[in-house]
Unconditional design. Structure first.
Length: 388
């Protein structure tokens, strides 16, 4: 699809969002580097959008393209840098050894629930549960709140009929977490953000925690699912499922280039008329970041071969001031890699239970992940322990 759009329109493509709302989708690597690298010309301030008069209050994409949303996503300038520092510091304090240990514990408990059956949907029963459970623990939530957070996040991100209700549930959960941590601080992300001395309001912290949880959970869940799909369907990886931890890292890196979870991001808004690609972008137009389109741009991927080595020049974590903070990238990688390794350790003969061509993707304009990944394996006994 990206190849066809690039053939017909070039590196910048006019697109229509739900409700006949126009936008520009940037597919060119160089053009995307320009857009993400110039926060003055292409602002993150959604108030600049020239389409707000045409957007109804129940537009299902509002949770992903918010107006006057008091979060780091739509803050610009020095205030954004201060908020990015607050979030980065809170996440950087997460102990990597404890994070891996916590991920292993949750992964083992999730597999304990299915390992004796000999078959499972690794998406619904594992990948879609693991990141949010780990992140909820790191943020300060109780374990039993995890399932509700999963449902709310998925509804919000998929941009369907439950999107606004999912956003409301997530906001209420974050507000209650902060109220609890004001009374009883702990060694968690929420407490560290409350203790920050930069003068942020509780509403700002709630919004930023919502962003961090949403950005951390679903793409990481899809990273796990897409990587396992690759390893189960591509003979380059199938031969090394029984060992060689490097194969997991290579599969994960190839996914970030070829099948990245964060396909498209909304957005940036032009602060003046400008020529972008072969099109004239007007003041207030919305520009969507086509991360996967840029990753596969033939002008920078001239031989078209898959990238499994150490080349990390992809756009999967975006670029510029508003890119995913480095500590958040590290947390996502630890969760995804640990989860995949636990699956391969516990279920060494895991295999697809359906033809590879029958696998379907979840309907979302933003994220690319599997609806399900049915697998089979030799039944094994549970390890035991407290339920997650």
């Amino acid at each position: 699809m990206y190849r066809d759009m690039r053939r017909d329109h070039g590196s910048v493509v006019p697109v229509i969002l739900e409700g006949d709302v126009p936008a520009w989708l940037v597919l060119g690597y160089r053009e995307l580097h320009q857009v993400t690298g110039d926060s003055v010309l292409f602002s993150r301030d959604s108030d600049l959008w020239n389409q707000w008069d045409n957007i109804p209050d129940d537009w299902p994409l509002l949770p992903m393209i918010g107006r006057k949303q008091n979060s780091i996503l739509y803050t610009v300038g020095e205030r954004h840098r201060e908020r990015a520092a607050m979030i980065g510091n809170a996440l950087e304090a997460v102990d990597s050894f404890e994070l891996r240990s916590t991920t292993e514990r949750y992964a083992d408990e999730l597999l304990d629930a299915v390992c004796a059956k000999g078959e499972t949907d690794i998406i619904a029963d594992f990948a879609m549960l693991l990141p949010v459970r780990v992140l909820a623990f790191v943020f300060g939530f109780a374990d039993e709140q995890g399932p509700g957070l999963v449902t709310a996040l998925n509804d919000m991100i998929n941009g369907r009929e439950g999107a606004i209700a999912g956003q409301q549930h997530l906001g209420a959960s974050m507000a209650q977490l902060l109220a609890d941590r004001k009374v009883s601080p702990a060694n968690d992300v929420a407490s560290r953000m409350l203790a920050d001395s930069s003068g942020f309001t509780e509403e700002e912290i709630i919004q930023d925690l919502m962003v961090a949880l949403a950005a951390g959970h679903q793409p990481t869940a899809d990273w796990i699912g897409n990587s396992l799909r690759l390893m189960l369907t591509d003979e380059r990886f199938a031969a090394s499922l029984f060992g060689g931890r490097h194969s997991v890292a290579e599969a994960m890196n190839e996914v970030l280039w070829e099948d990245t979870p964060s396909q498209n991001i909304a957005g940036r808004w032009a602060t003046r008329d400008i020529q972008l690609g072969s099109h004239r972008v007007r003041t207030g137009d919305m520009v969507l970041l086509g991360l996967q389109g840029a990753n596969s741009d033939p002008q920078v991927r001239t031989d078209g071969s898959a990238l499994t080595g150490g080349n990390n020049a992809h756009f999967s974590f975006s670029h510029g001031e508003h890119r995913c903070p480095f500590p958040a990238q590290e947390i996502a990688e630890v969760i995804a890699r640990t989860g995949i390794e636990v699956v391969l350790d516990r279920l060494p003969d895991i295999d697809l239970a359906v033809p590879a061509e029958s696998l379907a993707r979840r309907p979302s304009p933003w994220l690319r992940g599997l609806s399900e990944l049915p697998v089979r394996f030799t039944p094994i006994p549970a390890l035991g322990g407290t339920s997650a």
